[in-house]
Design a protein. Structure first.
Length: 201
């Protein structure tokens, strides 16, 4: 097993620079994302529908951040860039990973944090590589082997930035959301490139 080296600080600096290239666009995307996740007093059937729609846009935004960090141009049209089959696998992946993490959190919290770090790239692999849910989960587990604590530190750093953004009221959160998303996508790409090199070998 070879080591994947990454600096959270360097990726944060890169993410901040990328945010400054198109701040209005990404703040608008953040507002859209927050609006979708806002609680409401709807009937259960409507709530399920809204959740599914929200998950679809979440998948699209995840792919948008990956492509943006690759240096590609993204636009509002990319919000509907995920096909039905990819979304289905994204939905199943999110559900299975979510269940595993919640069960892990129930058992003394630490197992849930560990599972969250090991599975954190599964959804990324679905939308970026077109992997099926089972392959994405398996590959995320392999990709993160030996890097669990560094990835837990990454998640903790992203959490602190989001908390700081929340404490700075809405404006801070609108900046924190895209910057942390860019940072996670940027580090995912480091692992994904390493995965591609491993497959080629």
């Amino acid at each position: 097993m070879s080591t994947v080296l990454f600096s959270i600080e360097e990726h944060l600096q890169k993410s901040w620079s990328k945010f400054k290239e198109a701040p209005v666009f990404w703040i608008a995307i953040s507002l859209f994302s927050i609006a979708l996740g806002a609680p409401s007093s709807m009937s259960p059937s409507i709530t399920v529908l809204v959740t599914i729609v929200s998950m679809y846009f979440s998948a699209s935004i995840t792919l948008m951040t990956i492509n943006y960090m690759k240096g590609n141009t993204v636009s509002i049209n990319d919000l509907i860039g995920i096909n039905v089959l990819t979304f289905l696998h994204y939905l199943i992946t999110s559900f299975l990973c979510g269940i595993a993490i919640v069960l892990g959190l129930i058992f003394l919290i630490i197992p849930g944090i560990y599972l969250g770090a090991r599975l954190m790239f599964a959804q990324y692999l679905v939308v970026d590589q077109g992997y099926s849910f089972d392959r994405a989960i398996s590959e995320s587990w392999k990709m993160t082997e030996g890097h669990t604590w560094n990835l837990i530190l990454l998640c903790f750093a992203m959490f602190l930035i989001l908390v700081a953004g929340f404490l700075a009221l809405l404006i801070g959160l609108l900046i924190a959301i895209p910057v942390t998303s860019f940072c996670t996508a940027s580090i995912y790409l480091v692992f994904a490139n390493h995965l591609s090199e491993r497959i080629e070998m």
